[in-house]
Design a protein around this ligand. Structure first.
Ligand SMILES: NC(=O)c1ccc[n+]([C@@H]2O[C@H](COP(=O)([O-])OP(=O)(O)OC[C@H]3O[C@@H](n4cnc5c(N)ncnc54)[C@H](OP(=O)(O)O)[C@@H]3O)[C@@H](O)[C@H]2O)c1
Length: 255
């Protein structure tokens, strides 16, 4: 199985790589042999990540990107091609949350969630797909969605709607690009400790919520490794258009 998860020869782009899942996926793919472009807005964080990858013997570059800006997205692909060649694996992972009851969400918050989580994923995926098709290469795109794109939860209407749309977009792109050998899948994590979630899950209310989950704990980052690599690497060469929950059965119980 180790050989099937091998990513030598792949050029991988990870958005939202300055923290949390993105930083973890970047290190994981570098360990598997991919050359990795790490992208987000906080360039200092990205540079630290690149140093860490290089110390471990991997190959990576840091490129600033704002996924809400089409020109910035094009530029990250240009820089990736200059350094490493056509991007063949994308972890389309940048995302933001703003948990609020529906009537308390203002237009600016709604637009920020949709522009980052949905339109940002669309910008990055279509730029990647266009360039893979032009270069005549196969590829894999892994969109980070969420179990909140499959189930509903209070105070998550904007975030959940954006992630549900990401899952639908994932399926649409998988269908359109299957004949070009470009796979598009969605990873749907339950709750994992990252900067996005730590504010709530370190509170007493967060602790009570965790105790009520089927697994009675949050996910551990390393528990995403095999599911992520299944979708990103050639190990999952016939897995296309799926939305894969990794949640310790959380989405089967109460959210
Ligand atoms: N943690 C969980 O339990 C959980 C569960 C399900 C799904 N998710 C999803 O997992 C993904 C990663 O989140 P995380 O949990 O790892 O949280 P995180 O540590 O807050 O990471 C979010 C990342 O997105 C980047 N980002 C935000 N807006 C951006 C923009 N406009 N342009 C470029 N990058 C942007 C941030 O980087 P900069 O601020 O440096 O730009 C950061 O690297 C998100 O899509 C999130 O919705 C998380």
């Amino acid at each position: 199985m180790q050989a099937e998860f091998d990513m030598h020869g792949k050029v991988a782009l990870v958005t939202g790589a300055s923290s949390g899942f993105g930083a973890y996926f970047a290190k994981l793919m570098a360990t598997q042999g991919a050359r990795v472009v790490v992208a987000a807005r906080r360039i200092d964080r990205l540079k630290q990540l690149v140093n860490g990858i290089q110390v471990e013997g991997g190959d990576a570059i840091a490129v600033a990107v704002d996924v809400t800006d089409g020109a910035s997205v094009k530029s990250v692909f240009d820089q990736a091609e200059e350094h490493f060649g056509t991007v063949t694996v994308v972890s389309n992972n940048a995302g933001v949350a703003d948990p609020k009851l529906a009537c308390e969400i203002d237009e600016a918050s709604w637009d920020r969630i949709m522009d980052t989580n949905l339109k940002g994923v669309w910008r990055v995926a279509t730029e990647a797909g266009r360039r893979m098709m032009a270069a005549g290469v196969s590829g894999s795109i892994v969109n980070t969605a969420s179990i909140l794109g499959q189930r509903v939860s209070i105070s998550q209407s904007s975030y959940g709607a954006s992630k549900a749309a990401v899952i639908h977009l994932t399926r649409s792109l998988a269908l359109e690009w299957a004949r070009k050998n470009i796979r598009v899948n969605a990873l749907c994590p339950g709750y994992f400790p990252t900067e996005m979630t730590e504010g709530y899950f370190t509170t007493p209310a967060g602790g009570t919520y965790i105790a009520a989950m089927p697994a009675q704990r949050m996910g551990r980052m390393e528990e995403l490794a095999a599911p992520f690599l299944l979708l990103a690497s050639d190990a999952g060469s016939y897995v296309n258009g799926v939305a894969l929950p990794v949640d310790g059965a959380h989405s089967l119980g109460n959210l």
